[in-house]
Design a protein around this ligand. Structure first.
Ligand code: AMP
Length: 403
């Protein structure tokens, strides 16, 4: 067991690392973080920030030598970086979970090989593959790059086979997965943890609403029939066990009209949908990550109350600067112009609109610049029902955009 006073190493330095660091430091652990970014969201609350490229393996080894265990907070950390750490200290979850999660083709093949229901899919390495895949799967379908995609980046919906060439070009002619388009009823996720002794604890199903492919609002516990929850529990157990995970992992599902769950993707780390566990549960997903990577038993995941979480995206900062009309016009500009004009979008919303509400918890990630679509923070509210909690967070976020 790795006990307080020890040092946890984190690969990646975003908000997930930051919230892990806050949980760890509260319990007397030290945090060292490694990423190419200085004064990062995690670095700001860590004991030590290693700033170097992920492929600078000498720097990676120096970092690993300074800690007792290494974990990662995003799945696009190069495998070689994680493996260089694993040669020096325990890496939790291991390289296998990372390997599967960072490539959509490997991920969906892993589901299929383990009897886990998922969306119809085909491998695409050329335009000919894409055309063949569209014949097999039908339209609409969605073409996603096999690696490096997140929050809807690197994916394009195809409504007609004639769009194949354009879609193939737009994703950059790289290895892809083609998926059948699912008319799901709802999207749900299950955050779970597995300890060194193989004990599993989960946070029930969390219901997620997306906007522009980015998570917008989550509520928990999701209102689903007991057989849906049982289905999810069994599938999550299969994933955690097959990947021999020691740590936290989230499974995202599509819930279909007929009650069938399909696995969409996995993330071998705490997840945006689990942020509400900080206030809502006896043990948050970040404490759970800390406990499991330190070799401690999984903590109690009981919900104290129903909860809702609303993401705060960079668009809110931009809104303050430009106003509603300006923002609408700006949205119409090309992506490049949008990025350039957003560089100066650093005026924060007026937080009094949310901080004067006694039910709300405000989390800000310390990011230096706001960009449309960038996750800058979130709001959480607890209530007697998820409906009430959702009303509180949506209402509060709405107040931030009223000039
Ligand atoms: P992903 O990055 O794969 O999680 O995709 C982001 C979001 O796009 C998902 O949360 C869904 O809302 C939507 N999406 C992705 N794949 C599909 C699909 N095969 N069918 C329908 N919606 C999808």
């Amino acid at each position: 067991m790795i006990l307080p006073g020890s040092t946890i190493g984190v690969l990646g330095s975003g908000q997930l690392g930051r919230m892990l660091a806050l949980a760890a430091r509260r319990s007397g652990y030290n945090i060292h973080v490694f990423s190419p970014e200085a004064n990062s969201p995690t670095g700001q609350v860590a004991n030590r920030e290693f700033v170097a490229a992920y492929d600078d393996l000498d720097a990676v080894r120096q970092f690993a030598q300074s800690v007792d265990v290494v974990t990662y907070e995003f799945e696009n950390v190069p495998l070689a970086t994680a493996e260089a750490c694993a040669a020096i200290v325990p890496l939790r979850p291991g390289a296998q979970a990372l390997r599967v999660a960072q490539n959509r083709l490997r991920e969906k093949t892993f589901f299929a090989n383990n009897g886990l229901p998922t969306v119809p899919f085909a491998e695409v390495h050329s335009l000919a593959d894409l055309r063949a895949g569209l014949m097999e799967i039908g339209c609409p379908a969605v073409l996603k790059t096999a690696v490096s995609g997140y929050d809807g980046k690197g994916q394009i919906k195809i409504n007609h086979p004639d769009e194949a060439a354009e879609a193939w070009q737009s994703v950059g002619e790289v290895d892809c997965i083609l998926e059948g388009w699912i008319e799901f009823e709802r999207e749900v996720s299950m955050v779970a943890a597995r300890d060194v002794n193989g004990r599993i604890a989960h946070y029930n199903l969390i219901e997620n609403a997306h906007h522009n492919h980015i998570l917008d609002v989550s509520v928990a516990p999701a209102n689903v029939p007991p057989q849906v929850l049982a289905q999810a529990e069994a599938m999550v157990q299969t994933v955690l066990t097959a990947l021999d995970v020691v740590g936290v992992l989230c499974v995202e599902f599509f819930l279909c009209e007929d009650g069938q769950l399909l696995l969409n993707e996995i993330a071998p780390r705490p997840h945006n949908s689990g942020h509400l566990t900080i206030e809502a549960c006896v043990t948050s997903q970040f404490e759970q990550q800390l406990r499991t990577v330190c070799g401690l038993p999984v903590g109690d995941t009981t919900y104290l109350r129903s909860a809702a979480m609303a993401n705060l995206l960079g668009d809110l900062w931009d809104f303050q600067r430009k106003g509603a009309k300006g923002q609408k016009e700006q949205r119409k500009k090309s992506a490049r112009n949008l990025r350039q004009s957003a560089k100066s979008a650093d005026k924060s919303p007026d937080w009094t609109a949310v901080l004067t509400d006694p039910h709300l918890k405000l989390h800000l990630y310390g990011k230096k610049s706001a960009r449309p679509g960038r996750k800058m923070g979130h709001l959480t509210a607890l209530a007697d029902s998820v409906t009430e909690a959702e009303k509180i967070v949506r209402g509060a976020r709405g107040r931030l955009v009223i000039e």
